[in-house]
Design a protein around this ligand. Structure first.
Ligand SMILES: Cc1cc2nc3c(=O)[nH]c(=O)nc-3n(C[C@H](O)[C@H](O)[C@H](O)COP(=O)(O)OP(=O)(O)OC[C@H]3O[C@@H](n4cnc5c(N)ncnc54)[C@H](O)[C@@H]3O)c2cc1C
Length: 381
């Protein structure tokens, strides 16, 4: 039956924005819903490959695709960043000063690396959280002949909380393959009184780290860096020297979100944890890494949130009742070294089980960039 066509504006062309747009296109016709996505990324990089690229375990040429090519037929991709959000008048304005009206607004602007919070970061540290940084680290690891490596994260939250331990296990494997593990100390720092946020997963990971001779420093909240002296200092008063520092940079939400009054200085948007609405706006939502929800900042989170929201909006537009809710679902496969991996499934109310590693999980992870580009991002899965 014919209805009034609605316009859904999605701000952000990363994992969350792309999955959301493609899923919504599957759930509705262009006559029912116009979908406009704003963003200005030349390419879409599959960030999980960052834990393998520095070791040469993955060819980076297969880790990205042109952003434009990833939107299904019937989606308008507008290459511009949004500068102004006017929720009272239901409009957004882009950097070219053009204003667009919406019926539904979905903010999927992700987060950013706020290295300004940690003076000396750029000189002192390497990381694997972007393609460029992973390539630089690859060269440093190729040149590395042995010594002391300190690895960890500058603060919480970060994207993909398991990535630092996943990287560490592969570092151990890489150094063994290179024949210099016995000449290298690996020191793992973590800001809590364990090695991962979730206690039972932490116990499992800690055991694996101990088996591999990785030295653990718990309650190490990074306070300052000394790039010249090659030292890292914690708030708790511990100092470690290093030959190579691999530190996940501090993260924040986007500045533009704070500047528009949509979040405090953290830049993360507070949304209803089950319905993803911003404040009491029925038609404004945030998804993906942009939210302040107490769950992993992960592509899998964006995927489950998009599934819920695409269903909800298409049903609402068609006048159907929809009673489902987003319950905090996340799924995450992480490599534990030795060509094995573990998969964790959890939600707000269901903690993950961490009891075994398997080669099947490793295969799942190994093929994840193919699955991501061909099916997940496309909204098919
Ligand atoms: C090393 C690493 C390993 C990871 N491993 C996994 C894993 O195994 N499994 C998993 O599920 N997740 C993993 N992740 C996390 C996952 O990649 C992120 O959670 C996911 O990319 C978040 O998607 P997003 O769309 O919210 O943010 P992003 O992908 O960062 O996209 C945000 C987009 O918004 C755009 N944008 C920002 N501001 C504006 C604006 N004003 N106007 C328009 N556009 C704007 C940006 O340019 C960007 O394209 C990993 C991440 C890293 C770094």
């Amino acid at each position: 039956m014919a209805i009034n066509r609605k316009r859904v504006v999605i701000v952000g062309d990363g994992a969350a924005g792309t999955i959301m747009a493609n899923k919504l296109r599957f759930h509705s016709t262009p006559e029912e819903i116009e979908i406009d996505v704003f963003g200005n990324s030349e390419r879409h990089y599959f960030k999980p490959d960052g834990v393998q690229i520095p070791f040469g375990f993955k060819d980076p040429a297969n880790s990205f695709k042109p952003t434009q090519s990833l939107f299904n037929y019937g989606i308008n991709y507008l290459k511009a960043n949004i500068r102004k959000f006017d929720l009272e008048n239901s409009t957004v304005t882009c950097e070219k000063n053009r204003t667009f009206k919406y019926d539904y607004l979905i903010i999927a602007t992700g987060d950013r690396f706020s290295t300004e919070e940690l003076p000396g970061y750029d000189k002192a540290a390497s990381h694997f959280y972007s393609l460029e940084a992973s390539m630089e680290l690859r060269q440093k690891l190729r040149d590395f002949k042995g010594g002391k490596i300190v690895i960890g994260q500058a603060s919480i939250p970060i994207q993909c909380p398991p990535a630092p331990y996943e990287f560490t296990f592969q570092l151990d494997q890489y150094l063994k393959l290179k024949g210099i593990r016995d000449k290298t100390e690996i020191h793992y720092i973590y800001p809590l009184n364990r090695v991962f946020t979730i206690p039972n997963v932490s116990d499992f990971i800690e055991r694996l780290m101990e088996e591999r001779g990785i030295v653990i420093h718990k309650m190490f909240n990074v306070d300052s860096l000394d790039p010249m002296g090659k030292k890292i200092n914690s708030l708790e008063g511990e100092t470690l020297d290093y030959d190579l520092l691999i530190l996940v940079p501090p993260h924040s939400g986007q500045k533009i979100i704070t500047e528009n009054g949509l979040a405090d200085n953290s830049g993360y948007i507070a949304v209803d944890r089950n319905h993803l609405n911003y404040k009491d706006y029925d038609n404004v939502f945030a998804i993906g890494d942009a939210t302040d929800l107490p769950i992993s900042k992960a592509g899998a989170t964006a995927h489950f949130q998009s599934e819920y929201l695409a269903n909800r909006i298409s049903n609402e537009v068609n006048g159907n009742a929809y009673f489902e809710a987003y319950n905090g679902d996340v799924a995450c496969t992480t490599i534990t070294g030795g060509n094995e991996a573990i998969t964790l499934f959890f939600s707000y109310t269901r903690p993950p089980k961490a009891n075994f590693e398997s080669k099947a999980d490793y295969f799942l992870k190994w093929t994840s960039s193919d699955t991501y580009f061909s099916a997940m991002l496309r909204g098919i899965m």
